[in-house]
Structures are given as structure tokens and as C-alpha cells.
Write a protein that binds this ligand. Structure first.
Ligand code: ATP
Ligand code: MG
Ligand code: MG
Ligand code: MG
Length: 437
């Protein structure tokens, strides 16, 4: 992408309404534009990051055996009356009437709808286990939308739903998502800690929130320091095997959110191993048994011929919240420092003297070669000042800056800067190319 053809509305001033660093940086870097409280347009740079996150989430869901669908954002109130949640959900649900005065709503989540799909088609235990997911916008009329995309009203969620014949196999489904989540956040460059969370009336141990530690987080969380040292399961993890040992390893040490916090158990941890911090909820997995399948009649024939309501779980990831969450974890005074896997571009190519024939030609050549090699490049071909170009690339957090000017070119050299460390290295054009491809 040539910057001269792009749409990157950088703001010079830090917008006053933004209370936290990720919100400030997303506005300054021209990633989002607020359209109404908690409702955002995603501008090109922000949208690129959102899609990268979405794709990593998708790959890890598929690896764990989940199957993608796409359900609508608008749902019918009648479906929610079947589960009893239409009245129970409260003010967070945005209720709408169509021209025929039918009651509709903008979905805050999809348990009812997926249960409806399931009951329409699935009749036998032989078709289980099944896990269906989608990545779709949700709407919750939050009392206090704030912190930009971290607590929006319209936000992007990945939500998966598992269906099993009994609690034991539902536990396997749960474990698969648990491990998929560990892998997903690690690939996004984040350290997310699974923490025991409230299961509500269901009880038991099958509800975890995935939390990243950040001083601006809205949750108070507590854990044993050892959890921060655990190794994330590799790409070779066999999701058809029993994943209990991995889940046990990750749930052995103390880790709980505020609602589940047990002061006495926490006090037994050596003081230097106690972590009490603020955290951001970036995901939540949950087993809820037959809570929806029972009232909605989602039953399957068992091996013995009897009909039983299916056991379900749901598994959410805050895809759009993660954009802010990653920035909270990855930034410095100059701007964002994207982890490579989610960076909107891998390389920022900086032309120090646009209009100078030799520099333009060298940049055009580098741009073409990098593109051919499949590297996402943002080429600053504008006639701005060098200082402003550096500041922009630092602000938008591109992992590598390739700096090309007439002086270096005279001896066949360019400069490569690593955004994360600030290290700059002078090298030949060929060396730079082989480093970046
Ligand atoms: P919170 O406690 O932050 O309100 P929640 O517990 O209500 O979140 P869940 O119903 O568990 O949210 O939804 C799954 C995930 O969706 C959450 O873990 C979070 O990452 C994301 N999410 C929930 N609400 C929002 C929101 N208003 N804006 C952005 N992401 C959200
Ligand atoms: Mg909420
Ligand atoms: Mg929550
Ligand atoms: Mg939650």
C-alpha cells in the first residue's frame, strides 16, 4: 500500500475524551471513528488489525474442531421467549420493532439461535459431539460504554457453542476450547490467564474467564505467580486426545476473578508469589448443561433409545476488545508496538527524499520485491518531512521500518529499524530484503 493512495487520518493531538492509552492511540493512529456512544467505524488501519485477529481466532477454532457458521445480528423476540431470557435480559438488550410491529432485537449473544438451529437438524447422539461458532457483531446497550472498543455497545465477538450427549463429553468439548484459547492468545502476542469464574446456578468448575493483566482493566483479579510461567500447548497438540492433563496443569495454581475470590486460599500462597492486579476479560468459556436445550426442546436419541436434552457450553472471545487489549499490553511513549502476528503492515518503507529520482527508484524496487514476497508493506511515498514520517510509523506501530535516503543509497545501503527495541542497523539492500522476506 502506498501511503499516497491510503486513508490514514492521523491526529496530531491526543483526543481529550480518551481516558486510556489504547483508546487514545487508536484515535490518533486513525484506526476508529466513534459514530455514537460505544459505536465505531473501523477505518482501514484498524480494520486490518481486526481482520488479522479474527483470522487467528478462526484458525484456532478450526484446529480444535469447531465449525464456522454465520448467524444474523437481528433476532426475533419469540426465540428468546422460549428460553425465558427475553424478559430476564434487561436493559442491555436493544429491542426493535419492525414495520409489522413484530418484536425483534439486536443479538447480545446467540445461545437461543444456535439451539434453534441444532434442534431443527440434529436428532441422534451419533451426530455429536458438535461445536458451531461464528464471528459476528453483537450489541449490548452498556450502561457505561467507555475505553473505546474495549467496552463498546456494538462489538465483535467470536462465540462458539458445543453440543454433547452428557456432561462427561461436554467436559472434553470444554477442554478443547480451553486449550484453543491458550493458543489463540499466545499467537496474538498476549499472556492470558484462565481464571475461575462464576458458573451461576449451574455450579461446578467449568467456567473460566481469560484475563490479560493491565492497570486499566475493569476486573480485579488474583493469581499465583507460577501461572505466568506456564508453557502454552504447541501446534502439534492433538485435540482428539484427552486434554485433561493440560487443563489440570493450567488450573492447579490459584487464579480467580473478584466474584470467585477466596481470601483464605489466596493467603496460603507465599507473599512473593501473590499477584493481585487489574485485568481485562478477553474471553469467557462456560458449561451450562441443559439450560437452553431443556426449555427449547433440543433433544437427541441416545444409544438406548431414550431422548435427552443435549449438554451445551458457550465460548466467547472479545475480538474487537482485543484490538484495544493488545495495545494496552504493547505500546510505548511513541505509539503502538504491534506483535508481528496482528500488525496491520509488517514493514513501513520510508522514502526520505520523495522526488529524488534515485531514491524513488530504489523505494519502488524494494516495494515491489517485498510485495512479491508476500510482505505487507506501507510505503510512505509522500513528500512529508523525515521526522514526521518516523513519528507516523512509530505511532502506527509497524514492526519494521525500512529507511531509504540518498546518502545511504550512494553506498548501496539502507537502514532497518525494529519498532519494538528502537534498534537501527545499516545494511545493504540485499541484506535488508533477505531479513524481511
Ligand atoms: P464484561 O464483564 O466485560 O461486561 P461479559 O462477561 O459481559 O464482559 P461475555 O458475555 O462473557 O461478556 O462475552 C464474551 C466476551 O465478549 C467477553 O469476554 C469480552 O471479551 C467480550 N465483550 C463483552 N462485552 C463487551 C463489550 N461491551 N465490548 C467489547 N467486548 C465485549
Ligand atoms: Mg457485560
Ligand atoms: Mg464479565
Ligand atoms: Mg463474561
Amino acid at each position: 500500500m502506498r501511503l499516497s493512495n491510503y486513508f490514514l487520518p492521523i491526529l496530531k493531538e491526543a483526543p481529550r475524551e480518551a481516558e486510556i492509552v489504547s483508546h487514545r492511540l487508536m484515535l490518533r493512529a486513525g484506526m476508529i471513528r466513534q459514530q455514537a456512544a460505544g459505536i465505531y467505524s473501523w477505518l482501514p488501519l484498524g480494520y486490518r488489525v481486526l481482520r488479522k485477529i479474527e483470522q487467528i481466532v478462526r484458525e484456532e477454532q478450526e484446529r480444535a474442531g469447531a465449525v464456522e457458521v454465520l448467524m444474523p445480528t437481528i433476532q426475533s423476540a419469540d426465540l428468546w421467549r422460549e428460553s425465558g431470557r427475553y424478559d430476564a435480559y434487561g436493559a442491555e438488550m436493544l429491542r426493535i420493532q419492525d414495520r409489522h410491529e413484530r418484536e425483534m432485537l439486536y443479538g447480545p449473544t446467540n445461545e437461543e439461535m444456535i439451539t434453534d438451529i441444532f434442534r431443527t437438524y440434529v436428532r441422534s447422539y451419533k451426530d455429536l459431539p458438535l461445536n458451531l461458532y461464528h464471528i459476528q457483531w453483537k450489541f449490548r446497550d452498556e450502561r457505561r460504554p467507555r475505553f473505546g472498543v474495549m467496552r463498546g455497545r456494538e462489538f465483535m465477538m467470536k462465540d462458539a457453542y458445543s453440543f454433547d450427549t452428557d456432561k462427561e463429553s461436554a467436559r472434553h468439548a470444554y477442554n478443547r476450547m480451553f486449550v484453543a484459547y491458550l493458543r489463540t492468545y499466545a499467537r496474538l502476542g498476549l499472556q492470558a490467564i484462565p481464571m475461575r469464574a462464576d458458573t451461576g446456578p449451574i455450579g461446578g468448575d467449568m467456567s473460566h474467564e481469560f484475563i490479560i493483566l493491565a492497570s486499566t482493566g475493569e476486573s480485579q483479579v488474583f493469581c499465583h505467580k507460577d501461572v505466568l510461567e506456564l508453557k502454552v500447548p504447541g501446534e502439534d497438540t492433538d485435540f482428539s486426545s484427552d486434554l485433561t492433563p493440560i487443563v489440570d496443569e493450567w488450573t492447579r495454581a490459584y487464579a480467580a476473578t473478584d466474584e470467585m475470590h477466596d481470601e483464605a486460599a489466596f493467603a496460603e500462597i507465599p507473599a512473593d508469589k501473590q499477584v493481585s492486579a487489574r485485568g481485562i476479560e478477553v474471553g469467557h468459556i462456560f458449561y451450562f448443561g441443559t439450560k437452553y436445550s431443556e426449555p427449547m426442546g433440543a433433544k437427541v436419541a441416545q444409544a438406548d433409545g431414550s431422548e435427552q436434552a443435549v449438554h451445551m457450553g458457550s465460548y466467547g472471545i472479545g475480538v474487537s476488545r482485543l484490538v484495544g487489549g493488545i495495545i494496552e499490553a504493547c505500546h510505548d511513549d511513541n505509539g503502538i508496538i504491534w506483535p508481528e502476528a496482528v500488525a496491520p503492515f509488517q514493514v513501513g518503507l520510508i522514502n526520505l527524499k520523495s522526488g529524488d529520482a534515485a531514491t524513488d527508484a530504489a523505494c519502488a524496487d524494494l516495494y515491489e520485491k517485498l510485495n512479491k514476497a508476500g510482505v505487507d508493506v506501507l510505503y510512505d511515498d509522500t513528500d512529508g518531512r523525515a521526522g514526521a514520517k518516523f513519528a507516523t510509523m512509530d505511532l502506527i506501530g509497524v514492526p519494521w521500518q525500512l529507511i531509504v535516503g540518498p546518502r545511504g543509497l550512494a553506498s548501496g545501503e539502507v537502514e532497518l529499524k525494529r519498532r519494538a527495541t528502537g534498534e537501527r542497523e545499516t545494511m545493504t539492500i540485499e541484506a535488508a530484503l533477505s531479513r524481511l522476506t
